[in-house]
Design a protein around this ligand. Sequence first.
Ligand code: TXE
Length: 486
Amino acid sequence: MNTLPVQPPSGALIGGQWHATSETLEVLRPASGDPIARIAASTADDVDAAVAAARAAFAGELGSWASWSARARSEWLYRFSQAIDADADHLAALECADTGKPISQARGDIAACARYFRFYAGAADKLHGETIPFDPDYAVMTLREPYGVCAQIIPWNYPAQIFGRCVAAALAAGNTCVLKPAEDACLSVLRLAELAVDTGLPDGALNVVPGLGRVAGAALAEHPDIDHLSFTGSPDTGTLVTQAAAVHHVPVTLELGGKSPQLLFADADRQSALDAVVRGIIQNAGQTCSAGSRLLVEASIHDEVVDALARRFEALVCDAGEQDPDCGALINARQRDKVMTLIEAATEDGIQIAARGRLADDAPAGGHFVVPHLLTQVPEGHSVSCEELFGPVLVVQPFADEAEAVRLANATDFGLCAGVWTRDGGRQLRLAKAIRSGQVFVNNYGAAGGIELPFGGVGKSGHGREKGFEGLKSYTRLKTVAIRHG
Ligand code: TXE
């Protein structure tokens, strides 16, 4: 087994204690396929115990989270953000080994995780209801109340960031959490949970049940005593967990990925646009829900843009994340095979590979690498332009005019993010309104991660909003109080 910079706990965190589970799962390093750790395989009974602990912490029977003031919660969240910063080197090395992502991106993810806790520390005591002018004999107000026990099922592509996004907001609003991290990558999450306990989080406020999706994830989604469910992952699993939660009328927030377009017009600052287009697809080897995986380019500049992109793609290098390459390995063999199969099917349909990157000569054998691919001559409606590949594959399609650009941008079932590159102010606004998407970025892509910016999708990309102040609100429910005082 490879050595890690620090061994995260191998059990499930339930009521402030780490419990060994009867079975464990092997964790493989994506860059080489070598085993690097074992994690708990939580059962339905473990999930039951974790929900009971979260319920007790919320009800004030265990620990004291329920009785903490918003200011006290804020102070703990801030203290925890400092603990994350202090442990950033360990956490980033774990994230890099466990997910395969380049070490600089892993460091950025850990910094973002700490920022979530700082952002929600600042927001926790600024969340309030309103008064409503109704009738002179009444005083009417709204109260923002925590749901109670929040269940959170998260994926393997950004474990630390998504942990920050959902746990910080849920705790800030006064909820308690049961989190099911992904079996493919959760070492940073286990380390973060350990740090949370060390930083004085009351027992049961945060519970973590690592394990298989179909076992621990399914048990959590169908649990009768959860009050809210947030899920990030594939649309198919999103449907399953929504059906399970519906049995108990549990509200669900879903973030299900995308097929996000970048629209490049001839009048744009082309250098900035192309830099962002390449970054937007190779970040985390394309395994990013908001990856800009389609480039729609004005026909008059299509050939020049493809040439310029081809030069950039040919210079991209894949290697183990520890070498800080342009692109790391994909998470597992299944994901690599899925991406390669879709690329092969596309070429059989006449789609051109205009350029591809290369694997470093000394890249580890056994790694799940897919070099970046630039695909052109893609017919409208082809699966590579409609389905999420979740790999470093950019599809380029030309458009004749603004109307066609909008039509192509909206031609998938997804709607998570979009980028628009143009200097024309009127067009910027028209497109921002016309594109069916949860976020639209103009002359940038992603606003540098923008943890302050509400994030979520439409259609197959899911519903509900996380990040920013909206994300905090989504972990509360609104109560209306009307007092007739005569
Ligand atoms: O996702 P799953 P997978 C997309 C991406 C990828 C595809 C498949 O296109 O190729 O999904 O990835 C838990 N009940 N995204 O199979 O299964 C699982 O343990 C409850 C986009 O890894 O959705 C993990 O914790 N939970 C995405 C989480 O669900 C279940 C990020 C996500 O796994 C479960 C990841 C069940 N029956 C993949 N089955 C994004 N939006 O960023 C699994 N899980």
